[in-house]
Write a protein that binds this ligand. Structure first.
Ligand code: HEC
Length: 136
């Protein structure tokens, strides 16, 4: 089982690399390719990590979504829809206010970073970020 999951994850990583950099999202100022490096910074600056975890894989509460490795275009669409009030349910309001100041390009940057992350990282590896800070 362990081996199978590992093989699956290696396969996913390979597929991910094949497509990395090929997604262009439509933004308010024309076509734009999200920048993962800027996105990583924006994710922290906009306190996304306080609910979704620094690794985007360790949510604060059960019921909050894991984001790491999700499709880039899908991520952009969801954040824009939440920001613009097009996606609404009893959970959406929790994050809506954190999206209000975000421009489409910034959302694309954040999405590029989240999409680049592995869905296979072990929680134990993600308790601290690369500066040794706690995850949440
Ligand atoms: C206060 C907690 C909180 C903060 C801060 C927060 N979120 Fe969320 N986020 C949630 C919750 C709860 C949901 C589920 C909303 C729903 O069901 O509509 C969600 C949903 C999402 C989704 C949709 C996931 C999916 O699978 O459809 C994305 C993408 C996302 N958040 C990204 C972000 C980003 C980027 C930021 C920072 C700008 C952020 N979130 C800040 C709580 C938060």
């Amino acid at each position: 089982m362990q081996y199978t999951l590992k093989t699956f994850c290696i396969g996913l990583a390979t597929i991910g690399h094949l497509f990395a950099g090929s997604v262009v999202v439509a933004a308010d100022e024309g076509e734009y390719q999200g920048n993962a490096k800027r996105g990583k910074k924006l994710y922290i600056e906009n306190v996304c990590h306080t609910c979704h975890g620094r690794d985007a894989l360790t949510p604060l509460l059960p019921g909050y979504p894991k984001l790491a490795g999700q499709d880039e275009k899908y991520l952009v669409r969801q954040v824009i829809d939440i920001r613009d009030g097009k996606r609404t349910n009893d959970m959406t309001g929790t994050m809506k206010s954190f999206t209000q100041g975000l421009k489409d390009k910034e959302i694309a940057d954040i999405a590029a970073w989240i999409a680049s992350l592995s869905i296979c990282a072990k929680p134990a590896d993600n308790k601290k970020d690369d500066k040794g800070e706690k995850n949440l």
